[in-house]
Design a protein around this ligand. Structure first.
Ligand code: SAM
Length: 238
C-alpha cells in the first residue's frame, strides 16, 4: 500500500529516500542490536514520555522505535512518524502499527500538524541526514508546544557517527553531526534552548526545549553554562 505523500519532496529528498529504500530492502535497522537495547532503555527513561503525549518521530525508518513509542504514549496519545523512504514505511506498517500511530511519507521539514501540537520530538539516528537542518528545526519549533522537548539521540558519539557516514556510502558521506557550537547556534536561531548535552564515544545525546515564545528565536542563546564550561565537548546539564 503506498503511503500518502504529505508534502512534495525535493529532488534531493527523493534521492535520499531511494537510498534508504535500498537500505530497507537489505533489512538494515529492522531491529535493535543487543548493545543498542541497553542504550535505548536509558534513552526511554530520559525521554520522559507519558500516556497521552503527542510525539513526532521524524525519520522513523522501519518503525523499530515507533512501536515502543506507541506503547509509551498509550491509546490516548499520538505518534506521528514520517520518513522519506516508502520501503522503510512499508516495513513499519508490516508491524501492524495502528492508531495512535500515524505513518506518513514526507520530509521532517514539512509536518502536517498545527502549531504547538507535540509534547516531544524524538530524532533517533536521523539528524545528520537533515542536509539543511535550519528549516527543519524551525518546523520542529513550530509544531512543539511551549516548553515541548526535542531530543537528538545516537548510539555512538559524534566522531564515530561522522566517521561511519564518511565511509558508509557516497549518498551519506556529507551527512555529519554539526559541532556542538554550531548545533547550539542552529537551535537558538529556531527558538530552541539546549538543556542537556552529552557526546561520548558510546552515546550522543542532546535535549532542547521550545522557548515559551518563538519570538525569542534568533536572540543570544541560553546555552547552559555547564556546556560552555566544557567547551561543548562532553557534559550534561539540566
Ligand atoms: C539511519 S535511518 C534511522 C531510522 C530510525 N530512526 C531508526 O533508528 O531505526 C534514517 C532515516 O531517516 C529518514 N530521513 C532522512 N532524512 C529525512 C527527512 N528529511 N525527513 C524524514 N525522514 C528522513 C531516512 O529515510 C531513514 O529511513
Amino acid at each position: 500500500m503506498p503511503f500518502p505523500t504529505i508534502a512534495k519532496m525535493t529532488p534531493e529528498e527523493k534521492r535520499l529516500g531511494r537510498f534508504f529504500d535500498r537500505c530497507a530492502r537489505k533489512g538494515l535497522m529492522d531491529a535493535f542490536l543487543p548493545e543498542e537495547q541497553t542504550k535505548l532503555r536509558d534513552f526511554l527513561r530520559r525521554w520522559h514520555l507519558r500516556p497521552g503525549d503527542r510525539v513526532l518521530e521524524p525519520g522513523c525508518g522501519a518503525g523499530r522505535l515507533t512501536e515502543i513509542l506507541a506503547e509509551a504514549v498509550g491509546p490516548n496519545g499520538e505518534v506521528y512518524a514520517c520518513d522519506l523512504s516508502g520501503e522503510m514505511l512499508r516495513r513499519a506498517a508490516q508491524r501492524g502499527l495502528r492508531p495512535p500511530v500515524h505513518l506518513f511519507r514526507g520530509s521532517a521539514a514539512k509536518i502536517e500538524r498545527p502549531d504547538a501540537y507535540f509534547d516531544a520530538i524524538i530524532c533517533l539516528n536521523v539528524f545528520p541526514h537533515f542536509t539543511n537542518p535550519a528549516p527543519v528545526l524551525v518546523e520542529f519549533a513550530r509544531v512543539l508546544k511551549p516548553n515541548g522537548r526535542l531530543y537528538i539521540a545516537h548510539f555512538e558519539g559524534r566522531r564515530q557517527i561522522n566517521h561511519f557516514h564518511r565511509h558508509a556510502a557516497p549518498e551519506v558521506a556529507h551527512h555529519l553531526l554539526p559541532a556542538a557550537r554550531d548545533m547550539r547556534r542552529l537551535m537558538a536561531k529556531a527558538g530552541l534552548e539546549v538543556t542537556e548535552f552529552m557526546d561520548r564515544s558510546e552515546m550522543y545525546w542532546l535535549a532542547a526545549r521550545r522557548l515559551r515564545s518563538r519570538a525569542s528565536a534568533g536572540r543570544p542563546c541560553a546555552y547552559p553554562a555547564a556546556i560552555r564550561a566544557s567547551g561543548g565537548r562532553c557534559s550534561s546539564a539540566k
